[in-house]
Structures are given as structure tokens and as C-alpha cells.
Design a protein around this ligand. Structure first.
Ligand SMILES: C[S@@+](CC[C@H](N)C(=O)[O-])C[C@H]1O[C@@H](n2cnc3c(N)ncnc32)[C@H](O)[C@@H]1O
Length: 477
């Protein structure tokens, strides 16, 4: 049944972890299962078969032909990064919870996960919650109304689902990022188009305008803007005049405007590369989390949904403090990024030392600077290193740690590194993850090493997407 590359139309009847809609096609040998990413039960969709196995296949969504009866179409423009914008949040949350618990059963072998499940924390804001957005320019536009592709266009918005070359103009807010910014993006597009410099041509890798990236501070209600162009035709572009337009459109809300010149042929991955000049203002915004201030530059990692991150961190730290931490003990914040969790912990317990480790040197510099500004420099120590290497080179911590916080990237923790973490002999481990499938795998390793999974909570950091954040609490038996 079906072959790779085939265009199929299926009705989605179920939901699997990670935003995969499930369609079942009856055959003489039982159901043949089709997984289609970014779809929802009740939708009829057109999709292209990508991977084919004997009993199932994976297909990429091309278009939703019929909406699910659950969906409520609103005035937001649907973008590929937010496939569930029309699905009521309660329905999204229900599917996320069930599918995440199922992945814990399947990949972690925790058949009794329901009994260990603590709570599902909803995002305190469901719309306009993101603090960073990256828009692409392309001279190949996919017109959403007519379905046509237009060459020699000037499009600014997001890549058409499943393509890296076509851009759909963002004509109204997506419901994900700042409402005023996205309402006025059309004026920015019209202004830049008048320069007669071309938008980027992704297949040819030529053109001038490449990306526009915006960082937001909710606390200050300010925006930091970075326009990325090539140097092709640079002399014709009046960057100061564009800065004035930003000031006219957004006034005091613009904290700073940067211009990055990037001639690298690689598209998204090199977005922050090239030479960057601050045209006016500051190259940072300041965000507040649970009373602490964090300076965020364009490049720094910072939780995308800060209001929800407060709830995530509070829950993670509640788990840490459920156990006794002796005075002057060390708590490790491994994969600490800009050190937010460790610093917040330090405000709740003044008599413990925090050791944070992250592989990105810039993130550690941010962590140290922020700790100084927050008056916490004596409570925290940050190291720029690979966690596995750090633990190998610092055997002195072994047996001296009562609690560890882990917050690794989506890939989870490398087996050798996890073994080093286990060798520390901590009584408690709190594991925060943006990918519960790798967390469930690591939870199985921790269980085999004598750690019991006591509790699991889910935090909906990313409404309208298939993503979910999970916090697991482990205790040494
Ligand atoms: C999900 S982020 C953690 C963010 C941080 N806890 C926060 O909330 O701001 C994962 C972090 O792991 C870091 N990382 C990835 N691989 C690493 C490794 N092998 N050793 C140390 N840090 C690593 C990344 O630089 C990133 O900052």
C-alpha cells in the first residue's frame, strides 16, 4: 500500500506524540497506519508519503482539505510553525498529555506512569506568547489565497510548509508573536520593497533581504530588531532611514536595531553569522523572571515563553525543595544555559552553592553577568564545558551533591554523560526536558541505576504546536 513520494488523502482519527496525526486504513491484514505530522483528529488532509514500512508509513502534510469539527477558525493567519492555532487549547492539552504518557509507557517502560503523573500546567497566556520570531524574505512567494507560486515577488513571512524556498506573506498576526509587530509587518514589507533591492532567492542564493528577527521583552514591552541582508547592492540601501521607519512605527518600543550582513550561502543555520552593526539603541533587552533580571541579546538562548517558564521553573524547584538539602551543600544545574534555574534557586535558599555547566561559552558569560546584576555572584559558579568532560575532570564533586537539575537539549543526555551524572551519587535528580521521548529513554537508564521516577509534570510551554515540556523527579532508592 502506497509508495514513497505518493500524494495521499486521509482522515486523521488519532493523535500520537510530537504532533503526529494518525490515520488508519483497513486492509485484509488489519489496519495500515499513516502518521502525518502537524495534523489533528477530525481533519481530512493531503500528504506526501515520506517513509514507507510494511505496516505503516510517515507522510508530510501538504494541505488540510477539511478542518476538524473541533477547530474554530479565527482571524489569526495560520503559519506552519503553529499548526493547531484553530484547535481549542483544552483539546490540544488533552492530546499532549495522553500522547506524552503513552511515550513514557512505550520508550521508558513505565506502564504505571498514570500513577506517577502529577499535574499538567497550562501556559498562562495562550496567544502572542513568544519572545522571539524569525521571518524570512523570498522572491518566490506562495500565495495562500490562489495557491499559486509567484516568481519575482517580494515576500516576508514564514516558509511554506514543507519547503525551504517559498515564503507566504504574513498579512495579519499569527497569534504567536507580538500583535502590533505582526500587524505592521505589512508596512515594513511595503517600505523595503520600494528600495527595489531584491528579496533573497533561496535556490539561486542571491538577492539582498534575507531575514528579519525580533526579540521581545515582556517586562519592558520592548523589541530588538535584527535585519539580515547580503552585501549585494548594499550601497543602495539606506539602513538609517529604515531605522527611522521602525521608530515611526513603534516609537519607544524599539530597544535597538541591528543590521547583519551575511553572505554565507547557507540559509537559516547561519542567520546570526556575518558582521553585525548596531544601528541605534542597545543590543539587548532585559526580561524579568520570578523577580530576577536577565539581559538577553539576539543570540542568547532564553525560554521562548517567559510567562510559562516561570511556572516551569517554580515546579522544578518545588521538586528540588521537596527533599532535604543540607546547609552549604552543592546543587548542580547541568545544561544550565544562561543560568536562570540556578539563579532562581539561589534566591530561595541562600545557604547552598550552585554549580552550573553549559557547553556554550557565550551562555556562561551571560549567566555570570546576570548573576552579578542580580547580586548572586557569591552563590553561583558557572563553567563553560561539556557536562561529561566537566564531570570527568572534577571528581571532587562525587558524593558531595544532594540534588542535580538536568535540562539537556532535545537529543537528551549522551549515555556516557548520564553515567557520569549517576556516578555523582546524588539523592535527588530533577530532569527538565523539551523532548519527553529522549527523557523517557534516559528515565529508563536512571531506573536501572537505582533511581525511582517519583513524579512527572507537563508544562505547555508551546501552545498551538506539537511540543511539550516535561519535569521528572527521581529519588535514589
Ligand atoms: C534546554 S537548554 C537549557 C536551558 C536552561 N536550563 C534555561 O532554562 O535557560 C539546553 C542547554 O544544553 C546545552 N548543551 C548542549 N549540549 C551540551 C553538552 N554536551 N554539555 C553542556 N551543555 C550542553 C546547550 O548549550 C543549552 O544551553
Amino acid at each position: 500500500m502506497f509508495h514513497r513520494g505518493e500524494l495521499i488523502t486521509v482522515t486523521i482519527s488519532g493523535y500520537a506524540f510530537g504532533g503526529n496525526g494518525v490515520a488508519k486504513i483497513p486492509t485484509d491484514d488489519g489496519d495500515f497506519v499513516v502518521f502525518v505530522g502537524n495534523t489533528f483528529p477530525g481533519q481530512v488532509v493531503q500528504a506526501r508519503v515520506d517513509k514507507k514500512k510494511k505496516r505503516y508509513c510517515e507522510a508530510k502534510l501538504i494541505q488540510v482539505i477539511e478542518r476538524s469539527p473541533l477547530e474554530v477558525v479565527s482571524d489569526f493567519q495560520e503559519i506552519s510553525g503553529a499548526p493547531y492555532i484553530y484547535v481549542p487549547v483544552a483539546e490540544q492539552e488533552k492530546e499532549k498529555e495522553q500522547s506524552t504518557l503513552e511515550i513514557y509507557r512505550k520508550l521508558g517502560g513505565f506502564q504505571d506512569i498514570k500513577e506517577r503523573f502529577d499535574t499538567f500546567i497550562s501556559s498562562p497566556v495562550h496567544y502572542f506568547y513568544r519572545n522571539k520570531m524569525e521571518y524570512s524574505f523570498s522572491c518566490i512567494e506562495h500565495n495562500m489565497e490562489t495557491g499559486e507560486d509567484i516568481d519575482d515577488a517580494f515576500a516576508v513571512g514564514f516558509k511554506r510548509r514543507g519547503t525551504w524556498w517559498k515564503v507566504e506573506n504574513l498579512n495579519k498576526p499569527s497569534g504567536m508573536f507580538d500583535q502590533e509587530w505582526e500587524t505592521k509587518l505589512i508596512q515594513i514589507r511595503n517600505y523595503l520593497k520600494l528600495s527595489e533591492l531584491p528579496a533573497w532567492h533561496p535556490p539561486k542564493k542571491t538577492g539582498f533581504f534575507r531575514h528579519i528577527i525580533v526579540r521581545k521583552s515582556f517586562d519592558q514591552d520592548q523589541l530588538l530588531v535584527n535585519l539580515v541582508t547580503s552585501s549585494e547592492g548594499l550601497k543602495q540601501f539606506d539602513v538609517e532611514a529604515f531605522g527611522l521607519l521602525l521608530k515611526q512605527l513603534f516609537g519607544e518600543r524599539i530597544a535597538g536595531f541591528q543590521h547583519t550582513i551575511n553572505d554565507d550561502v547557507a540559509d537559516r543555520s547561519k542567520i546570526e553569522n556575518g558582521s553585525c552593526k548596531l544601528v541605534f539603541g542597545k543590543p539587548i533587552v532585559i526580561e524579568k523572571l520570578l523577580g530576577l533580571s536577565f539581559e538577553i541579546s539576539m543570540e542568547s538562548f532564553f525560554q521562548t515563553n517567559p510567562k510559562s517558564a516561570e511556572l516551569l521553573y517554580t515546579k522544578a524547584l518545588d521538586y528540588v525543595f521537596e527533599e532535604t538539602i543540607p546547609e552549604n551543600d552543592i546543587v548542580m544545574d547541568l545544561f544550565c544555559g544562561t543560568g536562570t534555574i540556578g539563579q532562581i534557586l539561589a534566591t530561595r535558599r541562600k545557604d547552598v552553592k550552585i554549580v552550573g555547566v553549559d557547553i556554550v561559552a557565550e551562555a556562561i558569560e551571560d549567566a555570570r553577568r546576570n548573576a552579578r546584576h542580580n547580586g548572586l555572584e557569591n552563590a553561583v559558579e558557572f563553567y563553560a564545558a561539556d557536562v561529561g568532560k566537566f564531570l570527568r575532570e572534577h571528581p571532587e564533586f562525587s558524593g558531595r551533591i544532594s540534588s542535580i537539575i538536568l535540562d539537556p537539549p532535545r537529543a537528551g543526555i549522551a549515555p556516557k554523560t548520564l553515567q557520569k551524572v549517576i556516578d555523582l551519587g546524588a539523592k535527588n535528580i530533577v530532569y527538565v526536558s523539551c523532548n519527553p521521548s529522549t527523557q523517557a529513554r534516559d528515565a529508563d537508564t536512571l531506573r536501572k541505576a537505582g533511581y525511582e521516577l517519583e513524579k512527572l509534570s507537563l508544562v505547555d510551554q508551546f501552545p498551538h504546536t506539537g511540543h511539550i515540556e516535561a519535569i521528572a523527579k527521581f529519588k535514589k532508592k
